[in-house]
Every structure is written in structure tokens, then in C-alpha cells.
Design a protein around this ligand. Structure first.
Ligand SMILES: [Zn+2]
Length: 313
């Protein structure tokens, strides 16, 4: 938990809500309120990290929500549990505060981690120097704590010159927010500005752009032919898949991703192949746009069959 980060966030909220001239006067009070939050922040981070909350761990995420809900209500929030739009994922939380001003601010953090049940006990929370360390401490339980400290500080200094602040605590960010993207889209559309509470890299920096991600499913259909009698008639989907994988690897670094065999591939012949590509794009606001660029980069005409020509030689 970084005091500086909390200060930056609260400063950002103040910038959004305040006239320029009022910022300097507010700083000392904001800083003092942020510093006063440190013991609470450290204790809360430890509590959150001690609860396993991998994306598939619905019971753990429910436990985390139940821990956070009263904390949010104590800060004057109206809190809703928002069910996932796809089955098998935990509820997200939406906390809102209504102020007396005009600015509409969205804060986003996520409750889920990439860790399996039991890891919180195997690698318990510990403090190393000034840092709290444990599974999910950085990604993104510190983000939850940062948001709560910012809101606590605003409450402490009596700052209500905003129209609305919404805080989404997402239950399924690590798998692409499939169950919460409608919620995020709706709240973003209803806000003037959104601040994502993921940590900065390098630490304590303010990050102004992040990667998006998209998953593409690629199906390749070849043509079966007898390898002894008419090999020239065949088009081998596995070979084409290899071509596509290599082409993806050569694609621009800005939108490169991971490629693998789709688990639905099953036991099929050489004339059909399923792949997936997990794409991380720095280029586009909409990862789908990055996916489109990648498809353009690796696409080739069906008739332009290089390996087919090689097979005939
Ligand atoms: Zn994250």
C-alpha cells in the first residue's frame, strides 16, 4: 500500500471536482486524511489478501464481498451486488455515493486473483519493509484499499462537490470481465471520467493507457485426400495452423498475444484444426480493433497456398 498513490488518487478526484484555484488550499487536508488512512489500509489489505478469491472461487469471492460490503456502507455508500451475466462467476459489487456537485466519477478495482484455493494459507500475507506482500496484494487488492482510502479521506474532509462517485469491485477481471462488462460499460457511459485502480508500473506512477485483451477463435478447414494416390488434392489444416501461428508471432509487437490449441479440438483429422489466440493490444481502445488488425496481418487468400505448392514439388 502506497501512501503516495492514495494521495495521487485523492488529488485526481479533487482535480476533477474542484475549480483549479481551490486545489492548493485543499492539499494539506487531503494529504493529512490520506496519511491517517494508513493503519486502516494496512489492516484491510491483510484481511483481503487472507481470503482466497481466484476468479472461479465463487465462495471465496462471496466471502470477500461480505467483508467489503459493510466497509463501503460505513463510508456512506449505497451498495448493490450485481450478478454476473455469465453463469459460474461471482457477483460484483457496485457502490455509489451521491454528492452536491456535478462531476460523475467511476472507480474500478477487481476482487478476483489468479490464485487457486489454499494459496492464501500457503503464502500468508507478510510485510517486507514498507510493502505488504501476498497473493493478489498488488493485483488488485491494493486497488480496492486505495479506493476505500480515497473515499474515506473525501468523507473525512467533508468533500461532497461531485455529482456521483461509483466504485465497481469486479469479480472476474482476470478472465476478461466476461460477466461484468455490461456493468462496466453502463457505468463508464454514465460517468465523465473513469479511474482504474490497478497499480502503476513502475510502482507509484500514474498510468494513462493500458492494454486491452480479446480472444479470437480460429477454425481452419483443410481438405482430406489420400496421401498415396492424390496428395496434391489435400490441404492439411495442421500445416496451415502452423503457418498461422508463425504469422501471429511475426505480427506487430503492439498487438501480439498467446496462441494455443483450442480445448474443443478433440480427436479430429488433419483436415480440421481449432486454435485460439489471446490477444493483448496496446494499439486500440477497443481490443476488437486490435484483433481486426491482427487478422489483416495474417490473412491470406485461400488460393494463395504456399505449402500446397511445396507439397506438389
Ligand atoms: Zn489486475
Amino acid at each position: 500500500m502506497s501512501r503516495y498513490r492514495v494521495t495521487i488518487l485523492i488529488g485526481a478526484l479533487a482535480v476533477l471536482c474542484h475549480a483549479q484555484s481551490a486545489i492548493a488550499a485543499a492539499d494539506a487536508a487531503v494529504l493529512a486524511a490520506a496519511e491517517a488512512c494508513e493503519p486502516y489500509a494496512r489492516a484491510l489489505l491483510q484481511r483481503l489478501v487472507s481470503i482466497d478469491s481466484g476468479t472461479a472461487n465463487v465462495a471465496g469471492l462471496d466471502d470477500l464481498s461480505s467483508t467489503l460490503l459493510p466497509e463501503l456502507e460505513r463510508l456512506g455508500a449505497t451498495v448493490q451486488r450485481v450478478p454476473s451475466t455469465v453463469p459460474g462467476l461471482a457477483d460484483s459489487l457496485l457502490a455509489t455515493w451521491t454528492g452536491t456537485g456535478r462531476g460523475r466519477i467511476l472507480l474500478i478495482a477487481h476482487m478476483d486473483t489468479v490464485f487457486l484455493p489454499g494459496v492464501a494459507a500457503e503464502r500468508p500475507y507478510r510485510v517486507d519493509g514498507n510493502r505488504g506482500i501476498g497473493p493478489g496484494a498488488g493485483d488488485d487488492k491494493q486497488g480496492i484499499v486505495t479506493g476505500l482510502c480515497a473515499l474515506r479521506a473525501l468523507r473525512e474532509i467533508g468533500f461532497r462537490d461531485y455529482g456521483r462517485i461509483a466504485l465497481i469491485l469486479n469479480s472476474n477481471e482476470e478472465t476478461g470481465s466476461t460477466g461484468s462488462r455490461e456493468l462496466i460499460r453502463a457505468e463508464a457511459a454514465a460517468s465523465d471520467v473513469a479511474l482504474n485502480l490497478e497499480r502503476g508500473v513502475p510502482p507509484d506512477g500514474v498510468v494513462v493507457a493500458r492494454k486491452g485483451s480479446a480472444k479470437m477463435n480460429i477454425e481452419i478447414t483443410g481438405r482430406a485426400a489420400h496421401s498415396g494416390l492424390e496428395p496434391e488434392q489435400g490441404r492439411n489444416a495442421v500445416v496451415e495452423a502452423a503457418h498461422q501461428i508463425l504469422a501471429m508471432g511475426e505480427a506487430r509487437e503492439d498487438h501480439r498475444g498467446d496462441v494455443g490449441k483450442d480445448e474443443r479440438q478433440g480427436d479430429v483429422g488433419d483436415d480440421f484444426m481449432r486454435l485460439f489466440q489471446l490477444l493483448a493490444s496496446r494499439l486500440a481502445d477497443d481490443p476488437g480493433e486490435g484483433a481486426g488488425l491482427l487478422i489483416a496481418a495474417i490473412d491470406h487468400e485461400p488460393g494463395d497456398d504456399r505449402r500446397g505448392k511445396k507439397d506438389e514439388q
